[in-house]
Design a protein around this ligand. Sequence first.
Ligand SMILES: Nc1ncnc2c1ncn2[C@@H]1O[C@H](COP(=O)(O)OP(=O)(O)OP(=O)(O)O)[C@@H](O)[C@H]1O
Ligand SMILES: [Mg+2]
Length: 285
Amino acid sequence: MDAGRTGGRGAPAPDLAAPAGATAPSTAPATAPSPPAAPVPLLALRQVSKFFGAVEALVAVDLEVHAHEVVALVGDNGAGKSTAAKVIAGVLTPDAGQVEIDGEPVTVGSPSGAHDLGIATVFQDLALCENLDVTANLFLGREVHQGLLLSEGEMETQTRGTLDALSARIPSVRTPLHQLSAGQRQSVAIARTLIGSPRIVVLDEPTASLSVVQTAEVLTHIERLRDLGLGVIIISHNMNDVRAVADRIVVLRHGRVNGTFDAASASYESIIGAITGASHAAPMA
Ligand SMILES: Nc1ncnc2c1ncn2[C@@H]1O[C@H](COP(=O)(O)OP(=O)(O)OP(=O)(O)O)[C@@H](O)[C@H]1O
Ligand SMILES: [Mg+2]
C-alpha cells in the first residue's frame, strides 16, 4: 500500500523536490534529511459540511485520495457516505468547506463539471439504459462522430479496449444490457467511467447485491483502476470487500469522520468500533 502511494507521488514529485535539492548540498553537511513533502492529493474534501434542514449529513469532513490509491468510505446507514459521493460528483453543493483537485480549490457545480475535472462516479442505481447495448451505454451522451454519422467501429474498439483494461468478461459489446447479469452491468458501469479518461473514480456500493464471483470480479476492476493510476473512492458496507481492496479506510459516523485506518494493519474490531461509535480513532468535532 505504501508502494502504491509512493507510486502516486512519483509524477508530481520533481517540481516539489527541486528547490530543496538545489539548496541543500553546498551548505549544510548531510544531516537528517527533511521529511518528504506531503504528496498533493488528486482530490480532497476540506471541512465539507452538508445539511438537509436539521439533518447534519456531513460535518467538517476531510477526505483525501491520491493517485494509485483506493480509499474506502464506510459507515452505517445514514452516515453520510452517499452525500459525500454526491458532493464529489457535483450533484450536491456543500454548505461549507471546499473540494480541491491537485491542491487547488474547485467548484464542481454539476455532474458535467465533475466530468470536466476528471471525476467519474458510479451511483448505486448505475444509471444505465436497459434497451441499449454495451457500446451504446458506454458512450451514452458522449458518442463519437465521423462527420454527421456515428463512428460505431471506433466506439466498439474503444469499448473492447476499456473492458479488456478492466479484465471484464462481457459476451459481446453489442449485447443489450437487459441480457447481462448484475455483475456484468456493474462492469459496464465501471467501464463507462473510463470513457473520457478520468483521474478519480467514485463507486457507491459497487458490490451490493452481487454474488461472490461477481463481487470478486468487481474488486478486480477496482484493482485495475488503481493500476491504471487513478484515485478510487469505494463506498461499501462489506468489510471483507473493503479490506480486500482498499489502501485506507475512512469511517463516517453521523456525518463526521470517526476514524481513518491503514487497511493492511487495522483490525476488524477497530474499524467496526469506529462505525458503531464504540471507539474513535481520529479527532472528533
Ligand atoms: N436529499 C435529501 N434530503 C433530506 N435528507 C437527506 C437527503 N439525502 C440524504 N439525506 C439524509 O442525510 C443523511 C445521510 O444520508 P446518506 O444517503 O449520505 O447516507 P449513507 O451513508 O449513504 O447511507 P446508506 O448506507 O443507507 O446508503 C441521512 O440522514 C439521510 O436521511
Ligand atoms: Mg448511501
